[in-house]
Design a protein around this ligand. Structure first.
Ligand code: FES
Length: 151
């Protein structure tokens, strides 16, 4: 097995532990890469495609390396009503990526979440856990530009 993933030996190699193993990979790497899939398949004696199937089924797993700045856009009910789809659109225009993707320079990634727990500030997004609320296009672009400047 790829030595990078030798920590998988912490999980016993029964097939029923596959999810646990994948969670461990995501916890350590921040996502599950193609190499991670191969390592899990080898550890649990499964085909790569079987592991991939499980990953696709469970939304908790990320397949792309998260950006330095992880943007979580809320699409819970309150945010949706207050324009969450527009937030997604503006971000896609500004960064050239959709939810679930990472910019080529590795700086930004976007994920969509169900509720960030601050509905009164809708529409809301968080960057590396810091919440930005009552967003409009101008405010959003200003925030993104500040992060871009920090590099
Ligand atoms: S619905 Fe967006 S923070 Fe709750």
């Amino acid at each position: 097995m790829n030595p990078e993933f030798s920590y998988l030996s912490e999980v016993s190699a029964e097939k029923g532990n596959l999810i646990k193993g994948l969670q461990l990979i995501q916890e350590r790497e921040g996502y599950v890469s193609d190499d991670g899939i191969k390592a899990a398949a080898a550890h649990f004696s499964l085909a790569d495609a079987e592991v991939e199937g499980v990953l696709t089924f469970y939304a908790q797993f990320k397949r792309n390396k998260p950006g330095k700045y992880q943007i979580s856009t809320c699409d819970g009910t309150a945010c949706h009503i207050k324009g969450a789809p527009l937030i997604q659109e503006w971000l896609t225009t500004a960064l050239g990526i959709k939810s679930g993707e990472t910019t080529e320079d590795g700086l930004f990634s976007i994920e969509t979440v169900a509720c960030l727990g601050c509905c009164s500030l809708a529409p809301v997004m968080a960057i590396n856990g810091r919440v930005y609320g009552k967003l409009d296009r101008k405010a959003l672009l200003k925030i993104i530009n500040e992060y871009k400047k920090q590099g």
